[in-house]
Design a protein around this ligand. Structure first.
Ligand SMILES: *Cc1c(COP(=O)(O)O)cnc(C)c1O
Length: 377
């Protein structure tokens, strides 16, 4: 049996018949960039998230960069973010010429640690970027309080958290703005690259739209130096169709996570992901921790299980960020986790048999590492 890390074909099969006529009509009408399909999706996603404005853009990295620019992050500013995240969180900061300031994560959830964020704030800090990693919502209330106290913005990275909430409020609606990604593998994925900025602030939304459209609020009026990052109509059609299924798909992810929890109960060598009591998680990833991770990963992959690691190298130890000058040991929780984390396949259409197979293979692999440890080198 083969179990992929994600199964996009099964999602596509649910929506293709509904989307095909609309795509045909858009092609025949010649409406490709912006237009009514984009406006409809933006409104629908804003309503779903519970926020006033959604601005569709080309991808999630652009969404973060645009959100940061719109809250006045400038070249030379410092932006605090977790060391355990996808590199794009830091790239969005770097592209502005601002400096990513990684901080450690909490050992339970591997999310940005508010105390570490507070300790990293200086008079050059202009924003804090909590990342809602793996489909969990980061401790945003604490970070918004901190940010208000020290006078900086909160821009959330909600790329892995479409539909997630904390204390009943959606991830991506706590800060001044948030960026999200509709990369195909995200919980809400397009048929290609796409992303969005969410905000309650009309001026922030206006700025994002302007910067993302060549700095142009009206045709051939260029207020600021911008760039091109817009949402395509064809992507908006796909996203609207998938958005209508997102709640159900996230519910199925939760059921799959519950099943993994049950199957792994009592397997001492595997530490299952923790759940924060205030959170409704959407399980973008189901991340366990094991000893001897690389060997366990190789065993899973050899058995046809598409396990992976998110992410093997914390931001500060990536070659791209060597120039920041952080040494190994700087962020011990993130670094220790990076050696132990293992993402098991999870997606709305995963079957009980597939999960059983994943866990049986995993249990066999960790038993192997226990035997090896007992035998010594
Ligand atoms: C996917 C992702 C991004 C970037 O989104 P793209 O659409 O690939 O540019 C940023 N942050 C996190 C945490 C992500 O998972």
């Amino acid at each position: 049996m083969r179990v992929p890390l994600v199964d996009l074909a099964a999602q596509g099969a649910e929506i293709v018949d509904q989307v095909a006529p609309a795509v045909r009509e858009a092609i025949l009408r010649g409406a490709f960039v912006g237009g009514p399909a984009v406006t409809r999706f933006e409104q629908a996603y804003a309503d779903y998230a519970g926020v006033r404005h959604c601005v569709g853009v080309a991808n999630g990295t652009d969404a973060l960069e645009l959100a940061l620019r719109a809250v006045d992050v400038e070249a030379g500013d410092e932006v605090v973010l977790p060391a355990n995240t996808f590199i794009a969180t830091a790239e969005a900061v770097s592209r502005i010429g601002a400096v990513p300031v990684p901080v450690d994560v909490d050992p339970e959830h591997l999310l940005i640690d508010p105390a570490a964020a507070e300790a990293a704030v200086t008079d050059r800090t202009s924003a804090i970027v909590p990342v809602h990693l793996y489909g969990q919502t980061a401790p945003v209330a604490e970070l918004v309080r901190l940010a208000d106290r020290v006078g900086v913005a909160v821009v959330e990275d909600a790329a892995q958290a479409q539909g997630a909430s904390r204390a009943g409020r959606r991830a991506g609606t706590w800060g001044t703005a948030s960026g999200t990604s509709f990369y195909p593998g995200k919980n809400l994925g397009a048929a290609g690259d796409a992303g969005a900025v969410l905000t309650d602030d009309a001026e922030v939304a206006r700025r994002v739209r302007t910067i993302a459209d060549h700095g142009s609020p009206r045709k051939y009026v260029h207020e600021v130096v911008g760039f091109n990052s817009r949402l395509d109509a064809l992507q908006a059609l796909v996203l609207s169709a998938k958005l209508a299924r997102l709640e159900e798909w996230n519910e199925r992810r939760r059921a799959a996570a519950d099943r993994y929890d049950r199957l792994l109960a009592g397997v001492e060598e595997v530490r299952p992901p923790r759940r924060h009591p205030d959170n409704t998680d959407v399980w973008h990833l189901y991340v366990v921790q094991v000893e001897d991770r690389d060997r366990v990963l190789a065993a899973l992959q050899a058995a046809g299980v598409g396990a992976a690691v998110h992410y093997p190298t914390p931001v500060h130890l990536s070659p791209a960020y060597e120039h920041l000058g952080h040494r190994a040991g700087a962020f011990p929780v993130a670094e220790a986790a990076a050696a132990r984390i293992l993402s098991l396949p999870i997606y709305p259409h995963i079957t009980a048999d597939q999960q059983q197979h994943v866990v049986e293979t995993l249990v066999g692999a960790v038993a192997g590492s226990r035997t090896m440890a007992a035998q010594g080198p």
